[in-house]
Design a protein around this ligand. Structure first.
Ligand SMILES: Nc1ncnc2c1ncn2[C@@H]1O[C@H](COP(=O)(O)OP(=O)(O)OP(=O)(O)O)[C@@H](O)[C@H]1O
Ligand SMILES: [Mg+2]
Length: 505
């Protein structure tokens, strides 16, 4: 193997029952390069990384590491060979501390007493978090952290392995933009140290910012390896999807109707202090703010999943006090959770069961038994409408690619067919083609009179898709932006500097 290859991937093929996730893929990763791996949902990116990480074995083909055959049969082999992987689906233990998670399986021990060496673990964690410029307590319980903090722990865990090759599967999917910038700095630093980074992301602007080269996969097959300096975003997208895709958001103007949701002086949970907001039929109201400003809590209160202390809500003009998510669904609220990895899905159930669970009362037949025929109809409708890529209705949701899992959950939110749709991070981890489809779907729904309350930490999406933006800070409304006021600068200014726009001081 040539000296300028650290990882050689040759004819790699992975078959799952009914799917060829990878089909004869070959390419090389050079030492000291950031090599992006891109492709649509289900293209095979995560599968390839799992082979490199020793999580699954290839059906055919081989990998070489610095010229020698590399065939890890478990994650430990990969670590010992100097390959560190940050997986798309978290692998953290919620009941353990941050430090315990970072060192899982290779905890340092005191030389004499053989007890766990917590001091070393803590110090090492602080060092890595220092590099990332974040402040996370090594003794905190992981289950108590926010998703973005958990993502940072996952990253710290990979960085603590002194890897030659560091593999990141959508590391920024759950990060705020300031955290993304810091992570990209870390990636550059790793490269400067002579390490190689394999970087998977649907955010092509990140790819153009840090990557030297990019390999494109489509339907499990190798398409091309491109020099980033010599290619354009359009070119990359065309290679990924095999057609031209409109990547800008088009918010079509829908007619505004009556107020669907009204929230008045809401105080709820620990964060929400005082929020007043309404959503009309045919309109998308976007909620902005820095992470933890109360966006998620607002959506949870509307979904009956958060204790309301004060204030009131109406839905379709009637008092609305959902005591549980079941109440909210019955009243016609469709809800997409921000975290598809844990609370969002039931990994041991099929895609069909995951999708139809919000409409169980509607798929019952004679004697109130669930009618498999009706259930299948609902599944088929949404599979087609959202172009969900699954091998069959019975496939476990956990075996779908990340973006296709998101589509199943969006289908679940839509299935009740109510007037109000609450979307948390609707296109997180979703590829560029599917993103356009989801935006199109939102346009369709609003033109049919649905009101949408949307939280998105993706600013271009928030600005591009919302008719109005309400910015929260510490549980209160600090900005109401529409028309010319709805700019990136204004959202950031309201969210971070305490400036107020469109709200009395
Ligand atoms: N354990 C499994 N059993 C069956 N099929 C699987 C399994 N894991 C993955 N697949 C299938 O293999 C294909 C490739 O999935 P993979 O997760 O590698 O895609 P991806 O490129 O990472 O997509 P995304 O961008 O959505 O994360 C998909 O069709 C998926 O459904
Ligand atoms: Mg993936």
């Amino acid at each position: 193997m040539a000296a300028d290859v650290v990882l050689g991937i040759d004819d790699l093929t992975v078959e799952f029952p009914g799917v060829k996730a990878l089909d004869g893929v070959s390419f090389a990763v050079r030492p000291g390069e950031v090599h992006a791996l891109v492709g649509e949902n289900g293209a095979g990116k995560s599968t390839l990384l799992k082979v490199l990480g020793g999580v699954i074995s290839a059906t055919r083909g081989s990998v070489s590491l610095e010229g020698r055959p590399y065939r890890p049969s478990r994650p430990r082999d990969a670590q010992e060979a100097g390959i560190a992987v940050i997986y798309q689906e978290f692998t953290l233990f919620p009941d353990l501390t941050v430090a315990e998670n970072v060192f899982t399986g290779r905890e340092p021990h005191h030389r004499v007493t053989r007890a766990l060496d917590y001091a070393t673990m803590r110090a090492e964690c602080r060092r890595i978090f220092g590099q990332l410029d974040v402040d996370i307590d090594p003794d905190a319980r992981v289950g108590d952290l926010s998703i973005s903090e958990q993502q940072l722990v996952e990253i710290a865990k990979a960085l603590s392995v002194d890897g030659r090759v560091i593999i990141m599967d959508e590391p920024t999917a759950a990060l705020a933009s300031s955290e993304v910038a810091r992570l990209l700095d870390v990636v550059r630093r790793l490269r400067a140290e002579g390490r190689s980074v394999i970087y998977v992301s649907h955010h092509l602007e990140e790819v153009f910012e840090v990557a030297d080269r990019a390999t494109v996969l489509r339907d499990g097959r190798f398409v091309a390896t491109l020099d980033i300096a010599a290619t354009t975003e359009d070119e990359l997208v065309r290679r990924m999807v095999g057609r031209d895709v409109e990547s800008v958001f088009h918010r079509e103007d829908a007619e505004r109707g009556a107020v669907v949701l009204q929230v008045q002086n809401l105080r709820a949970g620990r964060v929400l202090k005082d929020v007043t907001i309404d959503v009309r039929a045919g309109e998308v109201v976007g909620i902005g703010g820095v992470a933890g400003a109360g966006q998620i809590e607002l959506t949870q209160a509307v979904f009956g999943a958060l204790r309301v202390h004060a204030g009131s809500m109406t839905l379709d003009g009637r008092a609305f006090t959902p005591g549980s998510p079941a109440d909210a669904i019955r009243a016609g609220v469709g809800f997409l959770h921000e975290d598809r990895k844990s609370a969002g899905n039931f990994p041991h159930l099929s895609v069909e069961h995951n999708l139809t669970m919000t409409v169980l009362d509607r798929v019952r037949g004679l004697g109130r038994l669930i009618s498999t025929r009706r259930q299948r109809e609902v599944w088929t409708t949404y599979r087609e409408r959202m172009r969900i890529k699954a091998s069959s209705h019975a496939q476990l949701i956990s075996n779908l690619s990340g973006g296709n899992q998101q589509k199943v959950l969006l289908g679940r939110a839509l299935a009740p067919g109510g007037h109000l749709l609450v979307l948390n991070e609707p296109t997180r981890g979703v590829d560029i083609g599917a993103k356009a489809e989801i935006h199109q779907l939102v346009n369709e729904l609003t033109s049919q009179g649905v009101g949408v309350l949307m939280v998105s930490s993706d600013l271009p999406e928030l600005l591009g898709m919302s008719d109005r933006i309400v910015v929260l800070s510490q549980g209160r409304v600090v900005g109401r932006l529409s028309g010319e006021d709805a700019t990136e600068e204004n959202v950031i200014a309201c969210a971070t500097t305490g400036r107020r726009i469109g709200v009395a001081a």
